[in-house]
Structure formats: C-alpha cells, structure tokens
Design a protein around this ligand. Structure first.
Ligand code: XIL
Length: 355
C-alpha cells in the first residue's frame, strides 16, 4: 500500500466519524490544482492597501487548497509599483511574493505596460523626457526586483485597438514611441530577467478574427526578428454564450502552432449581461458549468502540455468579481459563491480537466 493511498484511506475512515466537520468543509475532495497538469491560478485583489494581507488571510484555506499560482488583480500594475518617477513601492507585491513562496505557488506578474488611464502613473502622463529610456528603466527596475520571485510577466497588456482591431491602440506609449514600444518592453524585460517567461496579454482575440490576425502578425514579425516573446495570454472574459467555442479553439490553436506558450490569463464567465436574471438559478448554473467545461477542455485539447502556461481565474468569490463593479444588476462569474462554496462551474472545470 502506497503512502499516499494509506493517507487517503485514513482520511476517508476518519471522515466518517466527523460528519459535521465534513459538512462544513468548503474544500471538495478533488482540488483543481491536483487535477491539472499545468498551473491553476487565481487573481487576488490585494495591494491597494500596501502591505495588507488581511484579505488573503480570510480566504487563504481555499486558495491554498485549490490553486498553485497567483497573480495580483491590481496590486502590481504600473501606478502601484511605480508611483513617482524615482519611487518604486514593492511592499505589497513583496508580501504577495512571500505568500507565493511560502505556499509553493507560482507568482505571475501583471502588467508591466498597460495604457489604461486609471493605471497610468500621473507623473508618467506628464513626462517630458526620453520616453524610450524611461519605459526601459520602468520595466527593468521591476523585472530585476522580482527576478526569481515572478516566474512570468504580462509585459504588455491590451496594445491592440479593440474597436479597430487592424491597428495598435492609440495609447500614450504609441504616441510617444510608435509600435516599437512593444518590442522594446520585451527586450528590456528579457535583459533584466532572462529566466522570466514573457507574455503579450489581450482580450477579444478569440471573438474578433481581425484582432486575432493582427496579434498573430505581430507574433510572426517578433519571431522573425527574435524579439523575446514567449507566450500569449488570452484574458478570456467571456459570457456564457459567446464567443463560440470553435472561435476559442481556433485562437488557442493558432498561437500553439507558433510554438508559443499559451495562458488563459483572466478567465471568468458572466451570466447576466442581458440583465435578465435576479438570482443564480439552477438552470443558469448548469449553463455556466457547461461553458467552463468546454473552455477548459478546449485549452487541454488545443495546447500541448509543454506549451501550457496555465489557466488563471479572475477572482475567487463571485461577490469580489470585477464584473460587479458599478453594475446595477447582479452576476455570478466565478467558481465559488460568496461563502466560498463550490458552484457547479467548479465541477465543470474539473470535468474539462479530465478530457
Ligand atoms: C481589472 C480589475 O479586476 C479591477 O479590480 C480594476 O478595477 C480594473 O482592472 N483586463 C486586465 C485586468 O488586464 O487588469 C483588468 O482587471 C480586467 C481587464
């Protein structure tokens, strides 16, 4: 009898004598991380209050049981890490890195360059000097600091225009440096931490054929010119019925065919964009389960084991999902309900992992 088997048997026998503690447990028998042969991650919304890990402590048991990879949902974005031109604030992110190390988890870094107005440091918006040198320094200070702690980075986030997906997005970076800022960021990151796996991350690349093609053209160009880009992150903020699973597979396969790593980097499945539901009824929950299952299964089928950078869910509990921010209607996009109980969606993921 193997040690592991003996342990399981012991746990089983013991649990029969403990009906109450079993009933109260929020952790199902088979954890996500143990069911997958690639990293299973979750975004944690810590870091806006520097150094404060309290919100993690409340949900730590669930995180530790289910996930082996974490990412800061906000706390490692530009404005938090680099609040003034000569000031880097690594305290909160260091605490997250410590947490990852202590619990044997991967820390994925998100994101070195992102145009979003609320995330651009104010000083950067007003910067008048040498933009190429400034961005290079930004990328390198951060990558050097986290070398050995952050395994992979979203180096550039959302650089392709979403409304006119045949062009780069009109950002401050594009205005100052042209599209070259993207490759410059990858080169700078690679120099600063040659071991880090470097991703380009974006959304709607599975739903918009033009956007997918534009990204693939960028990848092909980078590969021809040996720019150190190692993978593509598909954010995958999808709804229960769109985009079609065939489109998702096409997109994953196109990147896999180029030999790159593929992450599903910010997965959530919104149920209520039509604003029709007042509560999560069983029928909706089953639809969501099937959706999670087909996405996870598409990933496993489309991306070879060596190319799987993993799947990260964009939040843990429904109530904390960014999709609820400022919305007058409810939604339930994640795998765990507000109390940390598994939803059918959770079992959809487990089933998808088996396929
Ligand atoms: C979101 C966070 O989840 C929110 O808490 C925050 O208010 C805005 O940013 N694409 C990304 C993520 O790359 O960084 C975004 O995260 C969601 C969309």
């Amino acid at each position: 009898m193997s040690y592991r088997f003996a342990l399981t048997l012991f746990a089983l026998i013991f649990s029969f004598g403990q009906p109450e503690s079993r009933a109260q447990s929020t952790v199902p028998a088979r954890a996500l991380k143990d069911s997958a042969k690639f990293p299973i991650g979750v975004a944690l919304n810590v870091g806006n209050a520097p150094g404060d890990m309290a919100d993690i402590r409340e949900i730590a048991a669930l995180i530790n049981a289910q996930f082996n990879s974490i990412v800061a949902e906000n706390g490692m974005k530009m404005r938090f890490l680099h609040p003034a031109i000569d000031t880097y604030d690594f305290a909160a992110a260091d605490a997250l890195a410590d947490y990852a190390r202590t619990h044997g988890m991967i820390l994925h870094g998100h994101a070195l360059i992102w145009h979003h107005d609320y995330q651009l440091p104010v000083w950067m918006k007003n910067y008048q000097g040498d933009w190429q040198a400034m961005l290079r320094d930004h990328v390198q200070q951060i990558c050097q600091h986290f070398a050995g702690k952050v395994k992979s980075w979203d180096v550039v986030n959302e650089a392709i225009d979403n409304k006119h997906p045949k062009q780069y997005r009109a950002t401050l970076f594009l205005e100052k440096l042209g599209p070259a800022y993207i490759e410059q960021a990858f080169i700078a990151a690679h120099e600063a931490d040659p071991a880090a796996v470097l991703y380009y991350n974006d959304f709607n690349m599975e739903s918009k054929a033009d956007k997918l093609q534009f990204m693939l053209d960028m990848v092909d160009d980078f590969q021809r010119r040996h720019i150190p880009l190692h993978g593509i992150g598909f954010q995958m903020h999808v709804s229960v019925d769109s985009p079609a699973i065939a489109q998702i597979k096409t997109a994953l396969q196109a990147v896999a065919a180029r030999g790159l790593k593929v992450r599903i980097s910010e997965l959530d499945v919104s149920l209520n964009q039509q604003q029709r539901a007042a509560s999560l009824d069983p029928a909706l929950a089953q639809l969501q389960k099937a959706r999670y299952r087909e996405i996870v299964s598409a990933y496993v089928q489309s991306v070879s084991p060596a190319q799987r950078g993993g799947i990260t869910f964009w939040g843990l509990l429904d109530k904390d999902s960014w999709l609820l921010d400022g919305k007058p209607y409810p939604d339930w996009p994640l795998l765990f309900d507000d109390k940390g109980q598994t939803k059918p969606a959770y079992f959809g993921v487990l089933e998808g992992l088996k396929e």
